[in-house]
Every structure is written in structure tokens, then in C-alpha cells.
Design a protein around this ligand. Sequence first.
Ligand code: ADP
Length: 626
Amino acid sequence: MAKKEFKSESKRLLDLMINSIYTNKDIFLRELISNASDALDKVYYESLTNKDIKVKRKDLAIQIVYDKEKRLLSIIDNGCGMTKEELEENLGTIAKSGSLSFKENMTKDEKIDIIGQFGVGFYSAFMVSDKIQVLSKSVLAEDAYLWESEGADGYTIKKAEKEDHGTEITLHIKEDTDDYEYSKYLEEYELKSLVTKYSDYIRFPIKMEVTHHELKDEEKHEYEDHKEVEVLNSMVPIWKKKKSDVSDEEYDNFYMDKFSDYDKPLRVISSSVEGITSYKSLLFIPSHAPYDYYTQEYEKGLALYSNGVLIMEKCADLLPDYFSFIKGVVDSEDLSLNISRELLQESQSLKLIAKNIEGKIRKELENMLKEERETYISFFKTFGVQLKYGVYNNFGQDKDKLKDLVMFYSSRHEKLITLQEYVQEMKEGQEAIYYASGASVDKIQALPQVEQVRDKEYDILYLTDYVDEFCITAIQEYEGKKFVNVSDGNLDLESEEEKEATKKVNEDNEELLKAMCDEIKEVNEVRFSNKLKSHPVCLTTKGDVSIEMQKVFDAMPNDMGIKAQTVLEINEKHPIAEKLKKLYKKDKEEFLTYTKILYSEARIIAGLPIDNPTEISKLICDVISK
Ligand code: ADP
């Protein structure tokens, strides 16, 4: 029979894994047990709605069988099993997303990172075995199949015999090497302790034959060994245990196993609520974003159980979008098992639980911000974009819940601060919350418009994320203070005399400014200003759309035609102002050349592209070669 190849990326991932760069080989057992447990959940859940499937909850179990001589270790379940197609589909591809990018010469850490990102899953078994057999019969099919593989070069599938539905995974455990003692996975003691360490909470019995030493003759001190099948795990779901009875390590292990993360969670939030609707929940804030978090493929949701029985792996209705990064489990006896998914969505109990959970997560984050700022900042750097997105999403309906959780970079403190902190530290006489946006802190710092506000010793929020300005626009004002973009044409920081003086200059030069405005079609206005200290020009905006927002709109696939209304401001105290006035009288052509060059300068400073770079560079050359 022809050997089938793994899909190419799977093959490379497998290569990496087999070459044992993943440090903790022990985890293969918990991965296989966890898959078996899922399969048992599935068959039980199916049986509730499909009368043809007859299974009793009490008969569902996982078995571990080992044979030291033959070096075989089997994990057996009577779960849903797999059809031939499912064997192909599930065990023939490792990284289903296909978005893996392997680089040549990756460092060890990068490799571990890649494997970690995908959750090690079934393939981790190749870390300890040189051959794996999967004998499976689907509960929905007549035939059983045997899947076999010796590693990266491929696998075979053939028809086989198996009486009951379920899956039997047999590992041919590797020979010991100088570096690693694989034989330990064939030892009763080791297997027992791995199960209690990693899989204790599994809600189905994990059975294994265990040796008992029994005193045969008290006088002679003679013992006799006899074997008995025992259940190794306590079967109490971790979320049903009292918080004080669960160690941090147990929570971490549960999280890493259940949600396929290679890193511990940043925070564990457990709660037990009694009331109109009672439930227990165990939630986790991951310490880093899942690899697919910012893609379309990412599915939010919490695992939903009804008294220990899984109803749904990812119940999306339990989490608002802005907390979509939260992982976890909710278990409520008040949710009926037989309820259809459509009815479940409508259930008042579910809505109530969702509302409570939202509040709980928010409280937790607020406390973290108050009490463990560094941890919060690390969280915010990972998931802050999602919170900011939550502020402006749905027309800002959730902004009040989230506005105290968002942070922005402060020019004064040179680090992230909250809006409340900004407002508390506002200077006397300061009326507004100032912000400036750009691609990076350095670039914003260099903006001519920033200078005037900094001179007043006002703090400025530097917005560098594309969502920032939308977020701030949605909040509108904080504690009665409006947000003002330093690039807003009506910044209004001058004294009355200064304003008068500027107004006069503009009036006196009305014609000149109009000529400039006519020359540059895209700008809505050209004016002299005294807000610029050392810089000759800058580009500001009128109205609600800023230049940075326009950049975001421009990058969107469908051009909505939203444009910022721009103003070219010329520093009235800069020698260029006099020069323009002179040229306007003497040499109109040269005047227009200068206009074009100055406008291009303003665009460059604003981080905008120049549509006619060849023409502009020629004009500059003409001027400087004179
Ligand atoms: P994951 O469990 O993260 O999806 P795995 O590589 O561990 O990834 O498993 C791939 C798939 O193979 C599972 O999603 C499941 O559909 C199937 N599978 C694995 N083990 C079993 C089993 N014991 N019984 C039924 N299906 C299984």
C-alpha cells in the first residue's frame, strides 16, 4: 500500500518535534488523554440527540495499557472514534491553518515557539515513539481503520477489525538513549504520577492495572503482588474544586493542556456564583496573544458545561468582542443539556452568566491596573488594541465600561498612562486633553505642531496605534475635558494679542494665500500662523477627520472617499514668510515653485506620500542651483 505524505508544513513541524527540541516530553500523555476525553464528550453529547447511539455515561472511560517487553503503550477510549476520512483529515495535517512560515536556520527558541503556537497535540507522541498506530471505529460508521506512521515520511491507512466504537492509540516507545530514558513511560509508577499531575481533572475515569503489594504471611513478612484495575484520577473538574485546594501549578497545567498554550496564563480568575442562575467559572487571561488572534480564523468563546458535561467547546455568546482573548470554562446546572444551540443563545440564564462574567473580567483588570501596574502594562501591550477597539465598536456603546482600562503614551512621563491620570495632572488653565498621532513616538515628537503644546508644559498623549484616534474620538470627552488633536487647525493656544496679530497678517496677505491655495488643489486653506516655533510649515486639519485617520481609511480595501480637510500653515516668523511675500510681488512663477516645495515638505513631515516626487525634486534642484 502506498504511503501517504503528510502535508509539507506538517512534515517540517513533525521533523522539528521528533528531533526533540520541545523540552518537556512528558506532556504527550496528557495530550492523548485529553483527546480521548474530548472523544468521550462528543459521543455522549451525540447520544443525547441521536437515538441510534446508545451509550451510557458510566461506561465511558479511558484505559492505559502497557507492555514493557514489547515497549508498547496504549491509550484506549470508547469515544466517538474516527472514520477513514476523519483519520486522514485529523492526523494527516498538523497545522490546519497553513499559515506557518518556516525560516531556514531558525534558532532553537524560534522552533519551540512555532511548535508551542500550534499546541503540540497528537503529534507530540512522536517525541517518545518511533511508530504510532491508531485503530479507530467511528460511532457513525460500520468499518474500523488502522492508521500507522513511523514519523515524518508519511502514514498509511487500512481497513481493520474493531468491535466497539472508539480509538486505540498504540505507541512503540523509543529505545533509551544516552540523553533520555524513554523506558520510564513503560513504568507503572511514572504513568500513574503523570496522570495525577496532568490529567487528574479529566471527568472520565482513566483506568490502569496497578500492582498491589499485599501481606501474605505476617510472621514471615511475605508479600504477594497482585494486579487490579484502578481509576487513577480524581475526576473532579478543576473548576468544581475549592480555590484553596488547587495549586497554581494545577491551574497552569489545566490551562496549558485545555487551551494548547505553551505558556502559563497571566491571570487565573475563578468564581462560584449562587443565585437565580448558579454557575462556576474558571477564566484565564493568556500571557501572550494566540498565533491566530488577529486573524479571521480566531474564534472567541468559553467552553460551556452543564454539570460537568460539555455542551459547547466555544460558546461565543459568553464573551463580548473586547474580551475575546479570554479563555476558560463555565459550568452551570441551570442550563439544560438537551437545549438546541439556537435556544441556548436566547436563554436568559446564559445572558445573565455572560453579563456577570463580563463584569468579573473588568473588575479583575481594574484591580490589576491598580495593584500590579507592570503586569497590567504587559497585558495591555498584548491585548490593549482589543480594548481600544471595544471602545469605538458598536458606535461606542461600551465606551464607559472600558475608558478607564485604556492607556496611552504620555509625552511627560514617557510611558503609558490612563486618561484619569492625565486629567488629574492637568496644569492650571489647561482646558483640554491634547493628543498627537503618528507612526511612532519619535515621529510624533518631531511634529512641528507638538512644539507649541510642549512649550506650555502640557502633557500630550502620543497615539501610535491605528485604533487610537478612533478610540479617542468615540470617548469624546473625559471628565468634561475634550480631546484636542495638536494638529487641529483651531488649536487655540495663543493669547488674544497673538491671535489678533495672526489675524491681521492673514488679512493683509489674503491674495497671496489664495494664490497658494489655488495652486495646491488638495488643501482647503493656506494660512500664516505663529504656532510653529522653529519649523517653516506644517499640515493641520479642520473637522473630525485627522490625517492619521485618513491614512487608516486609505488603507482600507473599499475606498469610502473619506478625506481630511487639510490646512497648510506657514510660520509667520520664519524667514520663508518674507521670502514668499517678496516673490509674490516680483516673480509669480518662482512663488508657485516655492508653494509646491513647501506643501511637499508639510506632507513629508505629516508622513504622507508625495504624488509627484520627480517634479518636486527637480524644482528643489532648480532652486538650490540658483
Ligand atoms: P487538537 O486536539 O488540538 O485538535 P490533535 O492533533 O491532538 O489536535 O488532534 C487532532 C484531531 O484528531 C482532534 O481534533 C480530533 O478530532 C481527532 N482525534 C485525536 N484523538 C482522538 C481520539 N482519541 N478520538 C477521536 N478523535 C480524535
